[in-house]
Design a protein around this ligand. Sequence first.
Ligand code: ZN
Length: 92
Amino acid sequence: MQLIECPWCGPREEVDFSYGGQAHVPYPENSLDLSDEQWAHYVFFRDNTKGAFRERWMHSAGCRRWFNAVRDTTTYRFLAVYALDEKAPVIP
Ligand SMILES: [Zn+2]
């Protein structure tokens, strides 16, 4: 088990957190004009990146606040955490 750094509470056990999917998925500007296929693509389709991946997480058993993280999908290790209104850190 690993510790995840909550931006507000500090490091906590990973079982305290909930996964929220891919981060930085913009809501479509013209959502009323989208076809069903385009809408389904927005709702259900996400990147399946190997390596550093930007994700949303919530400290569900703690402060219940959302934040973003960069996690290596090959090792499951968290590389960075940052607030929702911050820019994603550059991970080499
Ligand atoms: Zn927290």
